[in-house]
Design a protein around this ligand. Structure first.
Ligand code: SF4
Length: 324
């Protein structure tokens, strides 16, 4: 019987298919933040430095500290009432359902998180109890990737969390679209108020199977929104962002946020200055309609929560030329 290929591409295969990938850089970067690339994603990569390759392949810049590196870039540590929960606002709570992802994006702002990959059964139960006792409006399932947990666990969370709205913040439909199955959709329909917020940064991420998965969710009546991150060398271009947002709207996926890159140690290679980000956004706002224009936001390190970049720059005395 033919051996089934793993969904994740192993180190040996990556090194042999991409001879310019240094084993030394791979090993060192992997120690800091695991290198993990899905076979599905790799099929869309033409070179290590193209927009999709850049997001997934380790780079020497990850190994050096850079100006602006922050250990807690969006101020989450001080706002954690439970080991797996973060609460910045009275009406919302963020639930780290796992620290695992199908693919580890090299720019991830949680790339320096340490600790267990998943909550224990007891921790899961106590996190759900905390959420229910505090009567918040929205529970945001995040991570890691909440669609990297088993269906049994996801079903438990969705069934037991009693907030009116549950938001599932996931990159899985983009990096490993095979996770979007009729069975998953059925699970998400187990209760009302489930929204899915995907994370797509470049139009080339929207392959045929990614589009099919998104359609499956939308046709089931599940609202689907997108968050993108502004990334140097990936999508810091008016034309790329225009194409991305217009294609998402055609799919009926609402472009919700464009995030300014959070300055986590190791992701300096991807940072765009506030000045350049604002300039791209202003140009974009002249050529796309309101439904194709996400809010351009930044999540400051003081933990105060997202704010639009223009206001943030104004409040910080016009210091637009640096990263926060
Ligand atoms: S999927 Fe999200 S949490 Fe996971 S590595 Fe990518 S950006 Fe980070």
């Amino acid at each position: 019987m033919e051996k089934r290929k793993s969904k994740i591409v192993g180190k040996k295969e990556l090194l042999s298919r991409f001879p310019s990938l240094s084993q030394n850089i791979f090993d060192q970067a992997d120690q800091l933040f695991p290198v993990r690339i899905t076979r599905n994603w790799l099929a869309r990569v033409k070179s290590m430095n193209d927009p999709l390759g850049k997001q997934a392949f380790p780079h020497s810049s990850e190994l050096k500290s850079q100006d602006g590196d922050l250990s807690d870039p969006v101020g989450e540590e001080i706002l954690s009432p439970h080991p797996w929960l973060i609460q910045k606002h009275a009406d919302r709570i963020l639930f780290i359902t796992t620290r695992r992802c199908h693919l580890y994006c090299r720019y991830c702002f949680r790339r320096n998180h340490t600790g267990a990959e998943d909550p224990t059964k007891e921790e899961l139960k106590s996190a759900i109890n905390y959420i229910n006792e505090h009567k918040v409006q929205e529970c945001i399932l995040s991570g890691g990737d909440p669609l990297a947990v088993s269906h049994a666990r996801l079903s438990q969370i969705i069934g037991e969390v009693r907030t009116p709205i549950i938001r599932i913040h996931t990159r899985a439909p983009i990096t490993e679209p095979n996770v979007v199955t009729p069975r998953l959709v059925q699970l998400l329909q187990k209760r009302s108020g489930v929204w899915v917020i995907v994370h797509c940064n470049h139009p080339e991420e929207l392959s045929k199977d990614v589009r099919n998965g998104l359609r499956l969710l939308i046709q089931a009546g599940i609202p689907v929104l997108n968050q993108a991150v502004l990334l140097k060398g990936v999508n810091d271009s008016v034309d790329v962002l225009r194409r991305l947002f217009q294609e998402l709207v055609q799919l009926q996926v609402f472009p919700y946020y464009l995030h300014h890159t959070d300055s986590a140690a190791g992701n300096g290679e991807f940072r765009v200055s506030l000045e350049r980000g604002l300039s791209i956004y202003r140009e974009l706002s002249k050529i796309v309609s309101g439904i194709a224009l996400p809010k351009y936001v930044i999540d400051p390190p003081d933990g105060s929560g997202k704010i639009d970049v223009a206001t943030y720059v104004r409040n910080n005395h016009g210091k637009a030329s640096r990263n926060p």
